[in-house]
Write a protein that binds this ligand. Structure first.
Ligand SMILES: Nc1ncnc2c1ncn2[C@@H]1O[C@H](COP(=O)(O)OP(=O)(O)OP(=O)(O)O)[C@@H](O)[C@H]1O
Length: 407
């Protein structure tokens, strides 16, 4: 009999609590601690905490960098190698492919496949397409009970959502701000390692781009030079919104023109705030509302609430929403000021199948109804999400080069 099982969960299932119940032996006792080891971003975040406190942790990356200075993929591969070296009886594999590039996904699937002849594997997944090939039975949660799922019989269709038009531009994107982003011969090194080599790239008004590249190829480095205050941007030929980076504009001025959403943000919000306040706070780039919004700002935020069909629950606590609905609110928060550029950094990581479909509908709507350029960074090509162009990074010894892939 096949000993390996998957549990297909949704965002309503409170994954972390569920995993803790398993680890404590309250359910599926073959996978309790210390028999089973957890392969999850939850483990990686705990290890990074350890690094912050002690300056090191037991998991060593191939580059020798601390986990905190490693790319998402490097972290995951390092954790899996560490787990294998511990010779566990069983492994709980959570969100196995999140943040991994196509090659790393294949490598990890192969490693787990090999391990599956000696080690029992319990996969926890929110995406059907991620279910590992050697899994025997798939279950879902009904309350606290596990019920077998017949994949071929399950129906994932969702209704058309977001029927109301998006609000008109708060401040229309000026004709003069074009291109929105321009990199000319941008190269980056960390110590003696070359990361980016002569990147030449332009994002024009209203364009929808996907930035792709293997783990560690420099995607986050590019984003941090646009959105963050990465010192590596200093002295480079980067023009953002018509102004050369480093010529006097503050990070705050740049952030005013960018809407940003990353799945990591879902972990960052802990304070109690209403859904409505969360959206309005996007005008001020703050978490929580400290300034009094103008009537116009309130009207636009209310319009977004209606688009999301959340007007009637606007006073409800943001944290009471499922992760998928929190993502939609945070995208509205990023868009409320109608920025020239919307950055979506691994936005679907951790979302379930139904929420990804809602996300896709909302992003397609933003792409078709606004002048905002979209920069979407992900390894996944989500079905139904249609960027105009892909900018592909290809790693070399001398740093990654980039090329535009026509779709
Ligand atoms: N502060 C730093 N010091 C040293 N090396 C760094 C630092 N920040 C990033 N790197 C290295 O630069 C490389 C590019 O990292 P980056 O996070 O930009 O890649 P990525 O394409 O976003 O990867 P992923 O898809 O895995 O998130 C990695 O090898 C990483 O280890």
């Amino acid at each position: 009999m096949n000993r390996h099982i998957a549990i297909y969960i949704s965002n309503k299932d409170h994954k972390q609590d569920f995993i803790e119940r398993i680890q404590d032996g309250n359910i599926l006792s073959d996978f309790s601690k210390p028999k089973a080891v957890l392969f999850s971003e939850i483990t990686i975040n705990k290890l990074i905490q350890e690094e912050r406190i002690h300056g090191f942790c037991d998991v060593v990356t191939p580059t020798g960098n601390l986990l905190i200075n490693s790319s998402q993929g490097e972290r995951k591969k390092a954790l899996l190698n560490h787990i294998i070296s511990q010779n566990p009886e069983a492994i709980i594999v959570d969100n196995v492919f999140g943040n991994l590039d196509i090659q790393a996904q294949a490598e990890i699937e192969q490693t787990l496949n090999k391990l599956s002849s000696q080690v029992r594997i319990l996969q926890i997944t929110k995406r059907k397409e991620d279910i590992l090939s050697f899994i025997g039975k798939v279950y879902y949660l009904e309350g606290k009970e596990l019920v077998e799922l017949k994949l071929e019989e399950s129906d994932d269709a969702i209704a058309e959502s977001f029927l109301e038009d998006l609000p008109k531009a708060y401040r229309p994107v000026s004709e003069k701000i074009n291109p929105i982003v321009k990199f000319t011969d941008v190269s980056v090194h960390y110590r003696e390692r070359s990361i980016l080599n002569n990147i030449n790239w332009e994002i024009k008004k209203g364009e929808f781009w996907q930035l792709m590249g293997p783990n560690g190829s420099g995607k986050s480095t590019i984003l941090s030079m646009i959105f963050g205050d990465n010192p590596k941007a200093f002295g480079q030929n980067i023009v953002l919104f018509g102004v050369k980076k480093g010529s006097g504009e503050s990070v705050w001025e740049i952030k005013q023109k960018i809407g940003y959403f990353s799945s990591d943000m879902l972990r960052g919000f802990t304070r109690l705030d209403s859904i409505g306040n969360m959206i309005v706070s996007g005008f001020f780039d703050t978490i929580g509302l400290y300034k009094t919004p103008t009537n116009e700002q309130i009207k636009i935020a209310q319009h977004w609430l209606r688009v999301l069909d959340m007007f009637d629950i606007r006073k409800q606590d943001f944290l009471s929403l499922s992760k998928g609905y929190q993502s939609l609110v945070l995208i509205a928060r990023a868009m409320v000021k109608h920025p020239p550029l919307l950055i979506l950094d691994e936005p679907t990581n951790g979302l379930d199948d139904a929420d990804v479909k809602l996300f896709t509908q909302l992003i397609n709507k933003i792409a078709s109804e606004t002048e905002t350029a979209i920069l979407y960074v992900s390894h996944r090509k989500e079905a139904g999400l249609n960027p105009d162009f892909i900018y592909q990074l290809t790693p070399h010894e001398t740093g990654s080069t980039g090329q535009v892939v026509k779709i």
